[in-house]
Design a protein around this ligand. Structure first.
Ligand SMILES: Nc1ncnc2c1ncn2[C@@H]1O[C@H](COP(=O)(O)OP(=O)(O)O)[C@@H](O)[C@H]1O
Ligand SMILES: [Mg+2]
Length: 366
């Protein structure tokens, strides 16, 4: 088992800077997820930890040892790729044991470790098959088995479930979670899917254009995003953003003017705002209430309703044309084109300044 520590880690390809100074501590035994949009540098960062990509500047430590210039094979890490990367002509058994054979492990040891991994991954019945005789989920399990037998201190996963269908992804997500509990190894897992990040992680690292936007537990990121990027990226369906202005502010409260002549008073929580200042109000669809009247009400027209059974999603246009998504209970009904008034509860509202930085977060979780 091993901790991973990055200090001001940078990567440039030629003149193009891709990773722009990353500081990060992953604790021993932690399940850490790197999440961010495609192209933000997740794989590059993971490959630098794996030793598959040289580090342009900065320092990498694994289990307290400087690994910046250590060869990949000597870092005590094992990586699982999206593409599985199995040998098509080898059986499952040989694929799993291949790495150990290459490093000259004794035969009995290879057999023992291979059998343990096969048990853990329920591959026992298919050890003599070739990859072409396996489903996508089974192939990815073989790739994970190949990592397990190496008994690494750190497992590195690069979008391992992206090639699987939705139901299988959910199942494999749970299996990898159980594996983490059994092995108690450090795991770093890359995904662009925030639901995977939320469900699997002890710690989420939100990356954007080669910089860390925020590090925190799933619920910290959900309740207390530091900026609009994290607020918009974490949570599904996405947080609503409404443009508005500060109509008045004192030590205790901030009064907002919102689309469609709506007015909302938020407790200031120590945040400073000045009259006339442009702001963005953030509120998650699950926190908007379908109910008429009073402070913080906004009027809109239902453009689309999605009936999911467990919940109903309404997509509204407000009177000024801005969009509002609302997650209501599964019994809610409204026809497209009908008018709807919603309430934005003050304790569910986040406020962002023009630079997209958080001025105040919702207080629901306190
Ligand atoms: N070997 C390379 N040479 C040049 N540019 C690269 C190389 N590898 C990755 N990049 C660029 O670095 C950026 C980040 O890529 P990557 O780490 O794969 O993103 P992610 O995994 O988050 O989708 C992308 O713009 C990609 O084009
Ligand atoms: Mg990638």
């Amino acid at each position: 088992m091993a901790s991973v520590s990055l200090r001001n880690v940078r990567k440039a390809f030629g003149a193009v800077s891709i990773i722009k100074g990353v500081d990060l501590e992953v604790a021993d035994g932690e399940f850490c997820v790197f999440v961010g949009p495609s192209g933000c540098g997740k794989s590059t960062l993971l490959r630098m930890i794996a030793g598959l990509e040289a580090i342009s500047a900065g320092e990498l430590k694994i289990a307290g040892r400087d690994m910046t210039k250590v060869a990949s094979a000597d870092r005590g890490v094992a990586m699982v790729f999206q593409s599985y990367a199995l040998y098509p002509h080898m059986t499952v058994r040989d694929n799993i044991g291949f790495g150990l054979r290459m490093t000259g492990h004794p035969k009995a040891d290879i057999e023992r470790r291979t059998n343990i991994a096969a048990d853990m991954l329920q591959l026992g019945a298919m050890m003599d098959r070739r990859p072409s005789q396996l489903s996508g989920g089974q192939r990815q399990r073989v790739a994970i088995g190949r990592a397990i037998v190496r008994e690494p201190g750190v497992f590195l996963f690069d979008e391992p479930l992206s090639n699987l269908d939705a139901a299988l992804r959910v199942q494999m997500r749970i299996e990898i979670g159980k594996l983490h509990q059994n092995l108690k190894a450090t795991m770093i897992y890359v995904t662009h899917d925030q639901v995977e990040a939320m469900t699997m992680a002890d710690k989420i690292v939100v990356l954007h254009s080669g910089v860390i936007e925020q590090v925190g537990s799933p619920l910290e990121l959900y309740h207390r995003p530091r900026n609009m990027f994290v607020a918009g990226f974490i949570g599904s369906p996405k947080m609503n953003f409404l443009s508005g202005t500060v109509a008045g502010a004192d030590a205790a409260s901030i009064v907002l003017a919102l689309p469609g002549n709506a007015r909302l008073v938020l407790p200031s929580q120590g945040a400073r705002a000045s009259k006339g200042q442009k702001i963005t109000l953030g509120i998650r669809p699950e926190h908007v209430r379908v109910q008429a009247g009073g402070e913080g009400s906004v009027d809109g027209t239902v453009r689309l309703a999605e009936y999911l059974g467990s919940e109903t999603m309404f997509y509204l246009s407000l009177t000024d044309g801005s969009d509002l998504s609302v997650k209501a209970d599964g019994f809610a009904r409204a026809a497209a084109g009908s008018a709807m008034t919603c309430q934005l509860p003050a304790d569910a509202c986040h406020l962002f300044n023009e630079a997209g930085e958080t001025m105040l977060n919702a207080t629901l979780d306190r």
